[in-house]
Design a protein around this ligand. Structure first.
Ligand code: ZN
Ligand code: ZN
Length: 246
């Protein structure tokens, strides 16, 4: 194979979920970048991907429509879908629903401390495992995913999990070919491999970590509303419930 391998970032968020960059900003950075394929994967919605694809029409990388589904067992990526996949179902059922509409199901960041599948990633019929995820401080979890799941995984993938513009494309999935169809065939044959741009990873980490801390502070300051059980005025009880909920 003389030709260079294709480059795909398979995990990108926009402001339609919890990303900081709008679909237009993501489309702009993709148009200027060197990716061959990119999957936009907002939480539980294909809307961000559809908008980026529409904005790019004819420019930049080929857009794979996707979403990061909040299954009851943890996050998983649905790629090559066109319709939303329901959240809150078990991982096995969610994978079936993705396959029913012709999509591929990928176990996302399986060993992150929250919202993750853990060893379940090996027991459900995933088409691949994200063994390289670009979230800052995720390096140990990535190593664990490579060691525990890498050999048995049907395909090994990488994605930036970009929530800020600077992170887009810094972790990629490499594959023989250039197109979305080539990528899909490579995943199905288990011929993909992840690539990690450490220079960019370290350069963007401080901003990314600050943003995560800011979002967490926001969550703490304004906990999600839930039915009031404690007596009115009993703030102590209420905050205890909030902690339990996490
Ligand atoms: Zn996730
Ligand atoms: Zn994500």
């Amino acid at each position: 194979m003389g030709a260079r391998a294709g480059r795909a970032d398979l995990h990108i968020h926009t402001t339609l979920s919890d990303g900081a960059a709008t679909p237009a900003q993501v489309a702009g950075v993709l148009a200027r970048g060197d990716l061959d394929v990119a999957a936009v994967t907002d939480h539980d919605s294909v809307e961000g991907a559809l908008r980026v694809r529409e904005l790019l029409r004819g420019r930049g990388p080929e857009i794979v429509v996707g979403a990061e589904i909040s299954s009851a067992d943890g996050h998983l990526l649905a790629l090559f879908i066109e319709r939303d996949v329901p959240e809150g179902r078990g991982a096995a059922e969610t994978v079936e629903l993705i396959h029913e509409q012709g999509g591929l199901a990928i176990a996302a960041h399986p060993y992150f401390p929250i919202c993750s599948l853990g060893d379940l990633a090996a027991r459900v019929a995933f088409d691949g495992v994200e063994v390289a995820n670009g979230t800052p401080l995720g390096e140990l979890a990535n190593r664990r995913a490579r060691r525990r799941l890498g050999r048995a995984a049907r395909a090994r993938l990488g994605g930036s999990d970009a929530h800020v513009l600077g992170a887009v494309g810094h972790v990629t999935t490499r594959f023989p070919g250039r197109s979305g169809a080539d990528l899909r065939a490579a995943i199905e044959r288990g011929e993909t491999w992840p690539a990690f741009d450490w220079g960019r990873h370290l350069a963007i980490a401080p901003g990314h970590v600050l943003r995560m801390a800011w979002l967490m502070l926001g969550e703490l300051a304004a906990p999600r509303r839930r039915p009031e059980v404690a007596a009115p005025g009993s703030t102590l009880k209420r905050s205890a419930q909030t902690v339990e909920q996490k």
